[in-house]
Design a protein around this ligand. Sequence first.
Ligand code: SF4
Ligand code: SF4
Length: 376
Amino acid sequence: MSGGSDNVPDKAPDRPAVAPPLGLLAELTHRCPLQCPYCYNPVSLSGRGTELSTESWQQLFAAARALGVLQLHLSGGEPMARPDLLPLITHAAGCGLYSNLITSGVRLDRDGAQALADCGLDHVQLSFQDTDPVMADHISAYRDSFARKCAAAEAVRAAELPLTVNFVVHRQNLDRLPDMIALALSLQAGRIEIAHVQYYGWALRNRAALMPTRAQIDRASEAVAAARVAHAGRLVIDYVVPDYYAARPKPCMGGWGRQFLVVAPDGDVLPCHAAKSIPGLVFENVTQRPLADIWRDGEAFERFRGTRWMREPCRSCAYRETDFGGCRCQAMALTGAAENTDPACALSPAHAQMLAIAERDADAAPPPFAYRRFGG
Ligand code: SF4
Ligand code: SF4
C-alpha cells in the first residue's frame, strides 16, 4: 500500500483548491449475518478474499488523519465480522480519529462492548430493522434479531459508550415510527436516526416492496415533529426525508468530493457508497495511489466535484452551491445519465416520472423481498 501525503495538496494553478474531507466511511467488509433488502451495498458484493489487510486499513487510517479526516465510520456489511476489528479501532484512536462503529449488533455482548470501549472506540450506532420482533426477523432474515439488538444496546450503555439507534424506514415498518422513538428512549440512546430508504443497490431491486405511501409519510412527519418537542433535550431525532416524494433534493454526501470519502472493502476509494452504480467512472485503490492524491484529483472525485459538470437546470440555478444538484447515483438510476439533475428536484424533467413510480409502487401489493445475499 502506498503511504498518504502528509498535507492537503497544494492548489494547482488551473483549478480551485480542494478542502480536506471531514469523514471517512470505511466499509471493512461486505460480509454480514443479516440480509436486509434495503442494504445500500452493491448487488455484486465483494468476498472475503478481496478485503484489505489489517495493515492496509491501519495505513489508510493514518493517511486519512494526515489528510484532515476527523471522523471515522467503521461500517460494512457488518464490521464485527472482521476478526481484527479491535486492533483497527486501537490504531484509529492512536491516529486521533473519532471512531463510530455502525453495527447490526447481533454479535455484540457485554464483554465485546467493553473491549471496544477499552480500545478507544468513541461511539456506537446500532441498527434496528423494526420494533415488532416478528417483522424485525422477517426484514433481516435473522432469527431473534430484535432481542439480540436490545441486549447489544444494554451492553453498549454498560460500557458507557454513547449510543445512536438507527432505523431505515419503509412501507413495512414506517407506521411503527412512534414505537421506534419510544424504544430509543427506553434504551437510553442519545440520538435516533430515522432514514427513509435510499434506492440504490439492493434497495433499488426491492423498491416495490419498500416504497411507502404519501399518507404514511405525512403521519411519520407529524410523529417526528411531535416527538422532537416532547423529547427535546433528551433525545436527538435525525429524520432523513424520502426523495421520491420530495420537491428539493438533498446535498448528497454534502456535495460530491466535498466532505466525505468512502473506502470499499477491497480498497477502492469512492466519493459515495453507491458510486459504483455509475458506469464509466474509474475508481482508484489505496493500494495503488496515496489517499491524498486520490482525494485531490482522482478521476471519480473530479468528475462531479463542484458545479462545472452541471447541465441545466442546475447550471444556472441559485441552489447549485446548496444541494450540488442532488444525488448523482439517483440521477443515473432514474434518468440514465449521472450528469442530469436529481429527479427528486421539482425542476427536473424526470420529477413527475419519479413521483409516478413512487405512487405506482406504493399502491400495489408489496412483492416478496429479494434478500441481500452473496451471488444475488
Ligand atoms: S443493511 Fe442489513 S444487510 Fe446491509 S450491512 Fe446493514 S445489517 Fe447487514
Ligand atoms: S435545479 Fe439543480 S441546483 Fe437547482 S434546486 Fe434542483 S437540483 Fe438543486
